[in-house]
Structures are given as C-alpha cells and as structure tokens.
Design a protein around this ligand. Structure first.
Ligand code: ZN
Ligand code: ZN
Ligand code: ZN
Length: 373
C-alpha cells in the first residue's frame, strides 16, 4: 500500500533533529514522544499508521532517539541510524512500558499534538508526576521554516495542482449540468493524474453554496451564470498542495465583476506584502483593508492564510494577532475571500514562500476573471 509520508527527502533529517534538540534545551523539555502527526515523518521519513498499536519516537534531549514500532510495521521503516534507532515491539509486548523505560526519570515531556488520548492516558499512568506539553511548541516554529528540498517538494505539489487549475480555467472540467460532487471527484482524479499520492479535499461550491467557504460538495447541479469556488489539494511525496480558483458559468453580473476585481487586487496586494520581516498579521491586514475599502469588509469572514508543509494547515498562520515576522522559508497560503450569504462568493488562493528575493508564489495559474461552460 502506498504511504504518502514515507518519501520525505532524507537530506535535512540530521539537521532537523539537531535543531529539535537545541529547541528542547531552550524550552527545558527533557523528552519528546512523537506518534501520529507530521513531526514523526518530518524527523524520520516514517508516518505512523493511525491504528491501536502504538508507534512512538522517543527523543530524549540528552540521548539517542528510539523509534518503537509494531513488529509488523517495521519493514516499512527506512532506517537512518544517524537519526534514530529502530526498536520493533512484538505482539504481546507492552509498548507503553517500553516507552516509559526510555523516558526514565526525565520529567518535562512533550507529546505529538495528534497523539491519540488512549496512548497519552496510558503513558501518563506509566509515567506519573511528570509535566506534559505538546510537541508543536518545539517543532512548530522549526517545521514552519522550509529547507531547500522542502520548498522544491512544495513547488512540485503546487505545480501539479496548478495543472488541474489550468484545466478548470481552460474549460476542460465540465461544470454546468454536473453536480458539485461529480466535479469534486473529477478534480480529485486530476490531482492524482498530475502526480499527487493522495487527494486531501476538493471543495466545489456553486451558486449560493459558493458563499460557504468550506462547503461540502453535494448533489446540487451547477447551473449557468453562477460563481463556482473550487478549492482543492492533496499530498505529493509527503508535501501538500492547496489552491483555490473561482470561475463563472456564463457572463457574471456587474456586481460579480466588481467584487471579483476587488478580490483579485486584495490577493495580489497581500502576496506583495509577504516579504521577509513583515509580521504575519500585516499580510492579513493588507488584504482585509483592501476588501473593507471596497465595501465588503464584513464579507471576508476568515483569516488570510495558513502555513503549509507536511500538513495542510500548520505554522505560520496569516491572521490578526500573529506578530511573528516572516522569515525566508516560511510557506503559507494567501487566500482572501468575499462571501455574500445566500447569494454567492469568491476566493483566490495561492501558496507563497517568503524568500530573501521577495515573495515567491508557487501557484501560477491565472487569476483573471474566467467564464467557463
Ligand atoms: Zn479553508
Ligand atoms: Zn484551500
Ligand atoms: Zn488553504
């Protein structure tokens, strides 16, 4: 079976674990226990199966990392002795007790944000009177800064999504007369055909549904003269894509034209603002200010963007209140939207990387107002 998380490029791993140890030192965390979620594949290239058998990488700040993995899963691990030791556990063994033995007397512990509560509760029982936190405090800021290989992996995934967007904009994806669900499935099939290992989502919101940002594509049949928001993405070689284009099935009304032009301008202004050193919240403010100036401030009902990498949503968040300055290697979406409840909406989304040479959009499919059949 294909495991999307297993193909992480190994080049950066040793550097990553060194940075993790330094950050653990700084925050006083003595051991991390990494299970489900992206921290584990980011460090080891191995993605734990989301199953009842525990897989956990124990990373003591002051000793070698050990990957406890069910014996039957062990063949899927690509060993990297410079980074971690593999210790398979057999049916009948107690992996929680084994993890507790590796943790030993260390007191300040951090676990994967997405570790199942069944595992965490068992670990807490086996390791009484410890301090527990989430690993993202350590790994979030580190994972947010992509190395060169990661940027190229994101660029490849974005290019695949771009080719699907180009087909949509070029009228190759039939809309009128098909249900949202049929179009969603079509977009998903095209993502796979363009090299994705997995489709993570393919939102298709038509007519009044285009005003619902995370609309679940349903049986509604797309008609002529409607706005259709298509927001789709997946995973390619462990890294995510995420793109939104809004198309119109027939000549849009003057109001739609004006609204779309405003959105296009706000999105471009926010991308241009995403320079190294600019606070994340400033990028959000730029988009919001433009949309408010056009009279649609109350209709922009979500943050401007989110970080992206091995997870579809991760640090840094492009949102009011996040004063963190952008650094070279931050990868994130810029996706303002305008939604008129019960009527229609529009969104434009690109993935952008902050670089010393300026913002680098990874999605290049056209933003122009596009009328398709
Ligand atoms: Zn979204
Ligand atoms: Zn999206
Ligand atoms: Zn997004």
């Amino acid at each position: 079976m294909s495991q999307p998380g297993t193909s992480v490029l190994p080049a950066g791993r040793q550097g990553r674990i060194a940075r993790v140890r330094a950050a653990m030192e700084e925050s006083g965390i003595e051991a991390m226990l990494l299970s489900l979620g992206a921290d584990l594949p980011w460090l080891t290239g191995y993605q734990a199966m989301p199953l009842e058998r525990l897989t956990v990488l124990v990373v003591p700040a002051d000793a070698d990392a050990v990957l406890l993995v069910p014996e039957l899963e062990a063949p899927r691990v690509d060993p990297d002795p410079a980074v971690f030791e593999v210790r398979p556990w057999a049916e009948g063994e107690d992996p929680v007790a084994a993890a507790a033995r590796i943790v030993g007397s260390r007191r300040r512990l951090a676990v994967s944000d997405r570790m199942w509560s069944t595992f965490l509760l068992a670990l807490q029982e086996a390791l009484p009177s410890r301090e527990w936190g989430t690993s993202s405090r350590v790994t979030g800021p580190l994972r947010a800064v992509k190395d060169r290989e990661e940027v190229e992996a994101l660029a490849a995934a974005s290019a695949g999504a771009d080719r699907v967007a180009a087909a949509l904009l070029g009228g190759e994806v039939a809309l009128v007369g098909r249900s949202e669900r049929q179009v969603s499935e079509d977009l998903g099939r095209r993502l796979i055909a363009e090299g994705h290992d997995r489709v993570d989502f393919a939102i298709v919101g038509s007519g009044p549904n285009s005003a619902s940002p995370h609309h679940e594509p349903g049986t509604r049949v797309i008609g002529p003269g409607e706005a259709v928001v298509c927001d789709f993405g997946g995973t390619m070689a462990g890294y995510c894509s995420d793109i939104t284009r809004t198309v119109f099935t027939g000549e849009p009304s003057p109001e739609m034209v004006e609204l779309y032009a405003l959105l296009q301008e706000a999105q471009a202004a926010a991308v241009a603002a995403a320079t190294v050193g600019t606070p994340c919240e400033e990028v959000d403010r730029v988009a919001r200010e433009r949309i408010a100036a056009g009279g649609y401030g109350a209709a922009f009902i979500h943050r401007t963007g989110h970080g992206i990498g091995m997870e579809g949503h991760e640090d840094p968040y492009i949102v009011a209140g996040n004063a963190q300055p952008l650094v070279a290697g931050h990868a994130f979406s810029v996706e303002p939207g305008i939604y008129l409840a019960g009527r229609y909406g529009a969104r434009i989304e690109d993935i952008v990387v902050a670089t010393d040479a300026g913002p680098r959009p990874l999605n290049l499919a056209s933003h122009d107002l596009t009328v398709v059949g």
